[in-house]
Design a protein. Sequence first.
Length: 161
Amino acid sequence: MLSIIVAVARNGVIGDKNALLWHISEDMRFFRRTTSGHPVIMGRKTYESLGRPLPNRQNVVISRTTQEIEGCTVVGSLEQAIALFPAEEEVFIIGGAQIYALALEVADRFYLTRVEHDYQGDTSFPAWDESKWRLLSREEFELGEKYPYPFAFELYERIKE
Ligand SMILES: NC(=O)c1ccc[n+]([C@@H]2O[C@H](COP(=O)([O-])OP(=O)(O)OC[C@H]3O[C@@H](n4cnc5c(N)ncnc54)[C@H](OP(=O)(O)O)[C@@H]3O)[C@@H](O)[C@H]2O)c1
């Protein structure tokens, strides 16, 4: 099973200068809890922004230019990344925008953190067709422990045609 996980600002922005624009402790914990023990697949730029493999997860990096990264499995396409795992295993696509654009066509689940604030950034989540996804759950926060704006955790599944 292929799952997308992402945090998106109200105006669609997900990052700037290869970094995140906000720090929401609840979202960091949600990401860690949800993906721990599962493989994570990411683009080469997102790997560079993390700077190291995420612990307790098999890290797969997609790149056309890089062959080897210590502690990671490097592959040349999303298809090759998906093919590494049995279909029943939940595998997470963790970004960035280029890889989300490919994964939106094939993912089964979509964990979306809606950050209810606008940010200026150079990278946005690709347009996605909400009519193809069914909302399974939504948990709202008026603000975080240390974050001053509202946000919500949503989980969608793809509607089977
Ligand atoms: N808000 C969030 O939840 C979230 C999550 C993740 C990332 N982000 C942000 O997103 C930004 C990075 O996103 P991005 O779109 O610039 O980069 P990206 O998707 O992380 O990585 C792009 C790279 O992936 C490789 N790639 C892309 N398509 C490929 C294909 N079809 N076949 C083989 N390789 C392919 C290429 O690597 P090579 O150049 O090596 O060939 C490309 O340069 C950062 O600002 C980051 O902070 C935000």
